[in-house]
Write a protein that binds this ligand. Sequence first.
Ligand SMILES: [Zn+2]
Length: 172
Amino acid sequence: MAEPGQDWKIAALMFLYLCASFFLELIRLKEDKYYMKIAYKEAEIAYKENEIPIGAVIVCDGKVLSRAHNKRDSSNIVTRHAEIIAIEKANKKKKNWRLNDCILYTTLEPCNMCKEVIKSSKISKIVYAAVSTNNNNDLTENKFIQIKDKGIIEKSTIIIQNAFKQIREKDK
Ligand SMILES: [Zn+2]
């Protein structure tokens, strides 16, 4: 219990704590947006290559270790998802299969196959933009976080929707 007259000190400390948390959160969000934009650029490359436009970036110690986009159709290999290619590149660069001090940014919530690979790679945090509608992901896992930025979520969703629209039109 505080002694009488100490209340203002506690209030001041609480205020400082709240300010610090607020600014830390702002910095984190700014970083998330910065790296997600790089992932989005990868998705745009995939779009131009007539792939389903998904991009991924792996960041370690504040540096981009690898970036990749979906190449399933051009390679005809089912596992060539952006996240897996980015993980493989990061493994090679780090000469380590463990990526426990790294963050993965991906423009779409990872599919179940990628989720298993991500878990095996020990990546510490996964930030995604668009929500996937066709896999039953376990969202209780707190390593997977949706970015707190409506603009980039919308862009990442629309580019995928446009790609599917084009595929449907081609099939007509
Ligand atoms: Zn995947």
